[in-house]
Design a protein around this ligand. Structure first.
Ligand code: GRF
Length: 194
């Protein structure tokens, strides 16, 4: 399955997706495009190093739907079938989500439905949660809200701060996302064409 990744930042999840795919050629997915709304994102540098075609343009000055049309055109030009968000720090327009309905995955650093949105680790600590983690979910029109397809948990220790907790959760993300994307794409192969 041809997967396009959207990112805005570091790209450590992109790296995990690519590395898992390289180690195991039986994976059901191939990362064939990386697109970003942040032209200076480090994730783009990683993508280029992996030899993956990249596209980047700042969203500034463009309406949300108009910008998403550019992203959509790029994904279609690369014959992308499934979109994986990996630190894409921009809300997608309802129009884009409808076009790609049921074909967009996201990874979120909390045990959804807990702690949607930003600053998840600090909020988990403030809430006195005993566990934190990450979730892979199908993207719907509401932020961080679609059906969860996979989760990983870590225990919160008394000495944890947002950084130490975030680092442990991120390590779990790097294992969870490649597995979840693989399983999702395997199921996708069985789907009748639209
Ligand atoms: C991750 O914590 C992910 O869960 C969230 O954004 C962050 C992206 O990190 N959606 P990276 O760019 O993959 O390193």
């Amino acid at each position: 399955v041809r997967v396009g990744v959207l990112l805005s930042g570091r790209g450590t999840n992109l790296a995990a997706l690519v590395e898992h795919r390289r180690r195991d050629p039986d994976r059901a997915y191939d990362i064939v495009a990386v697109a970003s709304n942040v032209p200076e994102a480090r994730g783009l540098v990683l993508a280029k190093r992996y030899g993956i075609p990249t596209w980047a343009q700042s969203h500034k000055g463009l309406e949300r739907a108009a910008f998403d049309d550019l992203v959509d055109a790029e994904l279609r030009a690369r014959e992308v079938e499934v979109v994986a968000l990996a630190g894409y720090m921009r809300l997608l327009s309802p129009e884009f989500i409808r076009k790609w309905e049921g074909r967009i995955l996201n990874i979120h650093p909390s045990l959804l439905p807990l702690h949607k949105g930003l600053d998840t680790h600090r909020r988990a600590l403030m809430a006195g949660d005993l566990e934190a983690g990450c979730s892979v979910h199908v993207v719907t029109e509401d932020l961080d809200d679609g059906p969860v397809v996979a989760q990983a948990r870590v225990r919160i220790a008394a000495r944890d701060d947002a950084d130490s907790l975030g680092a442990r959760v991120l390590a779990e993300e790097h294992k969870l996302y490649p597995e979840a994307l693989n399983a999702f794409c395997r199921a996708f192969i069985g789907r009748p064409p639209e």
